[in-house]
Ligand binder design. Structure first.
Ligand SMILES: [Fe+2]
Length: 300
């Protein structure tokens, strides 16, 4: 276990195409350490922090990202997975990605459901009562004061990439790597996984802005089965930063959604995700380049 081994791993991710691609399929410290371990590099979380802080990449730094574009007044784009050219591999691999790690205890998960938190997704982030509630939650760091060891209340969902020890993980990770390979063909080398989430029945991600990670996001969303009632589905909800209008995007199997996360105070993209149904929902998030739409058009 060493910082040196971590730096050797970081260097290897620059010189080896296979590792570079697999690194883009990871989204958290645990996955990075596990990936390195499978390739003979042994280090722990502390080493990773120190190693990445002191490592100097040998490649030339990336060019500055383009200046932020003017607001188009349109904040989301949604497609059927089957209608997007270049997404054939994503469609093929989706069933391998939709795992339910046995390390997740769904009975315990259900105990952390809070009606009050679910109700907050019906408020507008612009409403004074929401602001009061939000500030109060921030003060308690989104913890339940009565059960401080319980998970954060704003993420009532399962981050699949935190479950790396179950027997299905290697297959799942290989599928993620193949998906990155296919999406690189379409979007170029800047595409990477940003988060792989399982939303079991009655789950939610409360209102947030992701303002610390600006840029375009793409989410591939799927379900275990279609919804019976089109009025009772999982949904993605956001507030239009220009008009404060609340937009609710009802979901169905196999859709691909794009939206842009902004950092400036007057453009913050408030959004939440809710699965108030008995279905299981998965969403696979990616950071995609600014010109994603052009890239899709080019192969159409
Ligand atoms: Fe988000």
């Amino acid at each position: 276990m060493s910082v040196e081994s971590c730096k050797e791993f970081l260097h290897a991710t620059e010189t080896r195409a296979d590792l570079a691609q697999q690194l883009k399929a990871t989204t958290g410290i645990r996955e990075v350490i596990a990936l390195a371990g499978r390739h003979g590099f042994a280090f722990g979380p502390e080493d990773l922090l120190k190693g990445s802080a002191s490592y100097t990449p040998t490649r030339a730094p990336k060019p500055e990202p383009p200046a932020p574009s003017e607001s188009s007044g349109f904040y989301h784009h949604e497609f059927e997975l089957s209608e997007l050219p270049g997404f054939e591999v994503v469609a093929e691999e989706l069933d391998q990605l939709k795992v339910q790690p046995p390390s997740v205890d769904l009975a315990r998960f259900d105990e952390d459901f809070r009606e009050e938190d679910l109700r907050s997704t019906s408020m507008s982030p612009a409403a004074p009562e929401f602001r009061d509630w939000y500030e109060q939650m921030m003060r308690t760091h989104w913890r339940n004061p009565v059960r401080p060891d319980a998970p954060r209340r704003d993420f009532h969902l399962v981050n699949l990439d935190e479950h790396i020890d179950h027997p299905g993980y290697p297959r799942y990770f290989e599928a993620k790597s193949r998906v990155i390979g296919a999406l690189e063909e379409l979007f170029g080398s800047d595409v990477r996984f940003s988060g792989s989430m399982w939303y079991p029945p009655s789950s939610y991600r409360l209102w947030h802005t992701n303002e610390t990670q600006p840029g375009w996001r793409m989410y591939v969303v799927d379900l275990d089965e279609p919804f019976d009632d089109p009025a009772h589905t999982s949904f993605f909800r956001y507030m239009n930063p220009d008009t404060e209008e609340i937009v609710t995007l009802r979901e169905r199997p196999r859709i691909v959604r794009f939206f842009k996360v902004e950092q400036e105070a007057d453009k913050l993209f408030w959004h939440c995700i809710v699965n108030p149904t008995k279905r299981h929902r998965w969403s696979f998030g990616f950071a995609v380049p600014e010109n994603w739409a052009e890239r899709i058009e080019r192969v159409r």
